[in-house]
Ligand binder design. Structure first.
Ligand SMILES: NC(=O)c1ccc[n+]([C@@H]2O[C@H](COP(=O)([O-])OP(=O)(O)OC[C@H]3O[C@@H](n4cnc5c(N)ncnc54)[C@H](OP(=O)(O)O)[C@@H]3O)[C@@H](O)[C@H]2O)c1
Length: 326
């Protein structure tokens, strides 16, 4: 009998119920590939957008009418169970984590990936669940705070959305970088966000964080809840507004501020950066985690069979930290 693996397929863009469980023939690794038995994988807002084919311009990468690669999921952690003849970085038995990127297929029992991709050895102290979400909130927030905003020790940062996947990582990373952290969240998450390292917590349901007289060197709008124009007066003279949610308004602000003014608006598509750029960033996250400065917040762990329920919860926009399927 041919060996198979379990995965989730998206034949047409749409709601979570478009996800369908499938069995596929077990792949054998090509010369530079490794076959991974997946122990945990992430369910992220980006996965939801890819499933829905939104925003529409993303279909240029994903497939115009239907997903070009039909399997779901990007972030994963597991063990290497077979390697191609030319593989040098990994061996059978290694614990690894990383992301499938535009290959997709991480919400599965097995996956074949090129060893040159965004893959790292998993330290024993890091659980598969924590490792599976490293490429979402932690990697994106390190990219935005360190590379996009150029946050320096002693600077003041306002994190809008401190309790989401990106925000809960950002609070910890900014604090580890020596910044003074203010973050917004609702009252139910205030204790969590303060425990992650925020010196000041603002309840976004009762207070407008941009109405206060405080000025910030960096405003990291993890959810795209405001705009550069509205945030501008809360930035210092050389302040940076950085936002991972692309919109026409953000694009226009980036173009305008690149040409004139000292306050800047910036965006980056972290997942599209080269593996050579992302791997050293993951190494830095491992260092932070080993030093006890970064611990991913995991709100819920679902069995792989319940991927639709995991997507439905992720789509509420109110998850706390991360969601994982195992
Ligand atoms: N450009 C990139 O490289 C990149 C990479 C990854 C993700 N992204 C994007 O980043 C965005 C954020 O993703 P995420 O996973 O961090 O989001 P998320 O985890 O779904 O965010 C949910 C959290 O946001 C809080 N929240 C909701 N409305 C809020 C508001 N107005 N102010 C403050 N907090 C609020 C919720 O708290 P309550 O329940 O208390 O309301 C909840 O804890 C997504 O759009 C995703 O697509 C971009």
């Amino acid at each position: 009998m041919t060996a198979t693996f379990s995965a989730w397929s998206i034949r047409r863009y749409g709601a979570p119920d478009r996800l369908a469980p499938v069995q596929r023939p077990m792949p054998s690794p090509g010369p530079t590939e490794i076959l991974i038995r997946i122990r945990a994988s992430a369910v992220t807002r980006a996965d939801g957008m890819m499933r829905a084919g939104q925003p529409c311009f993303a279909r240029a990468f994903l497939g115009l009418r239907r997903p070009r690669k039909d399997l779901s999921g990007t972030g994963l952690s597991g063990e290497v169970i077979a390697v191609g003849a030319q593989v040098r970085r990994f061996a059978v038995g290694d614990a690894v984590f990383g992301e499938a990127g535009l290959n997709f297929g991480a919400n599965a029992s097995h996956i074949c990936l090129d060893e040159a991709g965004v893959l790292m050895h998993k330290p024993a102290a890091l659980s598969h669940e924590d490792a599976a979400v490293m490429c979402d909130g932690p990697l994106t927030s390190l990219n935005f705070l360190q590379n996009v905003a150029g946050l320096a020790p002693g600077e003041r940062v306002l994190i809008l959305g401190g309790s989401g996947s990106l925000g809960s990582a950002a609070v910890q990373i900014a604090a580890a970088m020596g910044a003074h952290v203010t973050a917004t969240c609702s009252a139910r998450n205030a204790g969590l966000v303060a425990s992650l390292g925020a010196e000041s917590v603002i309840d976004y349901t009762t207070q407008d964080p941009l109405a206060a007289p405080e000025r910030y060197d960096v405003i990291y709008d993890t959810l795209g809840v405001t705009t550069f124009c509205k945030a501008r007066h809360s930035l210092t003279q050389r302040g940076r507004y950085v936002c991972p949610v692309l919109s026409l308004g953000l694009l226009a602000a980036m173009l305008r501020t690149a040409a004139v003014g000292q306050r800047k608006a910036r965006f980056s598509a972290t997942g599209l950066l080269k593996p050579e750029i992302l791997r050293p960033m993951l190494a830095k996250l491992i260092e932070m985690s080993t030093a006890g400065k970064l611990e991913p917040v995991i709100e819920r762990i679902y069995p792989l069979d319940d991927l639709i329920a995991a997507h439905l919860h992720m789509e509420t926009g109110h998850k706390r930290g991360n969601i994982v399927v195992v």
